[in-house]
Design a protein around this ligand. Sequence first.
Ligand code: GCO
Length: 264
Amino acid sequence: MSTELFNLKGKVALVTGSTHGLGMAMAKGLGLAGAKLIVNGNSSQAKIDDAVAFYKSLGIDAYGFKFNVTDEEAVIKALNDIQAKVGAIDILVNNAGIIKRTPLEDMEVEDFKEVVNVDLVSPFIVSKHVVKTMISRKQGKIINICSMMSELGRNTVGAYAAAKGGLKMLTQNMATEWAKHNIQVNGIGPGYFATSQTAPIRVEGHPFNEFIVNRTPAAKWGDPDDLAGAAVFLSSKASDFVNGHILYVDGGILATIGKPSNEK
Ligand code: GCO
């Protein structure tokens, strides 16, 4: 089989939240596969500039755009700028997300709404406006970054699970509505990865750290670079007949009920 199937040369890829963590790992994979990268963040211009410099140091053609994915007006303006300065977006990775870990009974409604707004509503906002050009160009790839919590619940992450569960179904509905335009919409469901988002539950001795290593058949936390292959696959010709699929990259967590802690 030709590696051309996975070649992204000439494609423009927007990865929201690509200044660090899983977004950066996936964006790096797309860039190294040949895509021109649109780097997005909303924290600081300095962080975006540093990320663009990092991608460029790898020989990747990268451009930074600071905008808040929950603000529809800001998204529309940014997409117009991107179109004018870089070109039409071929690949959209809706990665930007937040998490708040609080027992549901203690969670403020505003906090619940904020998590859903960032993790579920913003992929809708960005996709709704990017897809217009994809429809007119009769081609496009959209990848929504779901989660283990698209399938399973866990104490203290109820808002995040509600959002990521919804994102799984939004992915399937986008696929349903847009596949006829030769637009493939799929999801990636990361397992437990070593990032800043999981740092608080990964510290040495934290009960969750031991739990995840025991619960994961691969017996380790994922390395963010482990996600690059899934992102390239779902962004490339190799997935032109894959629609509405959530590709879990989880070391086997969803394949098992787990094992007693004293079992190897
Ligand atoms: C948590 C973790 C998870 C992971 C990931 C799993 O608190 O359970 O942060 O949410 O980050 O989403 O797929």
